[in-house]
Design a protein around this ligand. Structure first.
Ligand code: DUC
Ligand code: ZN
Ligand code: ZN
Length: 458
């Protein structure tokens, strides 16, 4: 027997309608104005919006850098994601130097398999490109990995422009997509050294070492290299007005350009780096938080449809023992913010409740567009018969306040501490099972690996 969600308003990226949904054996089997009870369990969604399960396409769980391992692993990170309304996440498996992509993928499966509370898939971050790795692109496609990530900053991760071109060509042939971290690595290194030489070791030097043109130059370069390779562009975590303008310029010239931003670039700004003491370290991520003009430009792009998706870049490090490694030198602060739990809450509050975007636009930004670009659609990303019964029942009337004390993220702070939220994920269904309620996981470890198909270049 299945479960019928009754009395709610269904929201997809296309429209809203009053209807009932029947979930059986993990799938949506019927959507109709009225569905006879016929022995099914009934879930009453009176006063609620019924969204497709949200997809967070940018997370770093159980990831080690040279100096630290993220505070959230797949157990804690996917629990937090699910409780907040995310039913599928796409994490960045990362190739170590000299490692094959197959080994990297196996490593990430070991971290995630059996430990996950929501469904998960992997992008593959390529850090050591060579002919053998090139041959692995097609093979990874057969294992459900069709999207790749390249860094243009971070000395231990970044690739050259020639390598960028070669990866784009190879992934293009596989009908996949390459997401690129766009910051000019040489400039970041030079500016970081410049501030340190001048004796400026404080947190406020972090954003100064990664100004907007560092992002804009890298976005522009990626777009031109993609033009040469004749493939679409996907820019992750766009944070600046200037970077956005470069992406839109390429789009206006006829290139396919997909733009991702993150909640922290919309809900926070760079005044956090001026907080007293070492408090600003809580907000150190790359790209850094930006000025209010950048925030306004990004919101405009979210509102007018220019931004395609909003994912978290969740990369949590403890304040007391990890961020603190950079107490005397900003360049030693591990980069990254927690946010996997609060994306829907923050975007519903600042987007929908603040009347900037519609609920359908929210569904596009947080679910459907990522599903399309990353080969999950229509299994994920919408509400339709035959698709996975991953559903968020959203109570728009709830009022609550984000606080680290009450969150599931395994970290000792949240950048959204004290933020007042409108709405809550009252119920989260994963494969038709009630898996989370009002911020708590009620059925554990239901998450599966999801093998993905080719990208849809929508
Ligand atoms: N930036 C971060 O802040 N953390 C993870 C990786 C990245 O690019
Ligand atoms: Zn990045
Ligand atoms: Zn990232």
């Amino acid at each position: 027997m299945g479960t019928i969600i009754k009395n709610g308003t269904l929201v997809t990226a296309q429209d809203e309608k009053k209807a009932e949904i029947l979930m059986e054996n993990g799938k949506i089997t019927q959507i109709a104005a009225q569905i006879p009870q016929a022995g099914h369990t009934v879930y009453d969604a009176t006063g609620c919006y019924v969204f497709p399960g949200m997809i967070d396409a940018h997370t770093h769980l159980d990831m080690s850098t040279a100096t630290a391992t993220t505070a959230d692993n797949f157990d804690t990170g996917t629990a937090a994601a699910l409780a907040g309304g995310t039913t599928t996440l796409i994490d960045f498996a990362t190739q170590e130097k000299k490692e094959t992509l197959h080994t990297a993928l196996q490593n990430w499966h070991k971290k995630a398999d059996g430990n996950s509370h929501c469904d998960y898939a992997f992008h593959m971050a390529i850090t050591d490109w060579n002919t053998e790795v090139c041959h692995e692109i097609e093979e990874l496609k057969n294992l459900g990995v069709t999207s790749f990530k390249l860094y243009l900053a971070y000395d231990n991760l970044r690739v050259s422009d020639a390598q960028l071109y070669e990866v784009l060509v190879a992934v293009g042939k596989a009908h996949g997509i390459v997401g690129v971290h766009c910051e000019n690595g040489d400039l970041v290194d030079e500016l970081t050294a410049k501030y340190k030489r001048a004796g400026d070791f404080g947190v406020s030097a972090h954003p100064k070492s990664r100004p907007d043109y560092v992002e804009a130059e890298a976005i522009s370069r990626y777009c031109y290299v993609a033009k040469a390779a004749n493939v679409p562009v996907h820019i992750v975590h766009v944070s600046t007005k200037m970077g956005l303008a470069e992406a839109l310029k390429a789009r206006a010239q006829g290139q396919k350009v997909y733009i991702e931003s993150c909640p922290q670039y919309l809900a926070l700004d760079d005044s956090k780096y001026e907080l007293p003491g070492f408090e600003g370290a809580k907000y150190v991520c790359s790209p850094p938080l930006r000025g209010t003009k950048d925030v306004a430009a990004l919101w405009q792009a979210v509102e007018n449809g220019a931004v395609d998706s909003i994912s978290t870049d969740h990369c949590s490090f403890r304040f007391d023992t990890q961020k603190s490694m950079g107490k005397d030198d900003f360049s030693q602060i591990p980069n990254g913010l927690p946010g996997i739990e609060h994306r829907l809450a923050v975007l519903y509050t600042d987007g929908v409740a603040s009347k900037r975007i519609t609920r359908s636009r929210l569904a596009a930004l947080l679910s459907e567009n990522a599903a399309r670009l990353f080969g999950l659609y229509p299994q994920k990303g919408t509400l339709a018969v035959g698709t996975d019964a991953d559903i968020v029942v959203w109570n728009p009337d709830a009022q609550w306040t984000i606080t680290a004390e009450k969150m599931l993220q395994n970290v000792d702070y949240t950048p959204y501490e004290g933020k007042k939220i409108t709405g809550i994920a009252k119920a989260v269904f994963l494969h038709g099972e009630l898996a989370a309620e009002n911020g708590a996981v009620v059925k554990r470890h239901l998450g599966h690996y999801v093998a993905r198909g080719e990208s849809e270049y929508f």
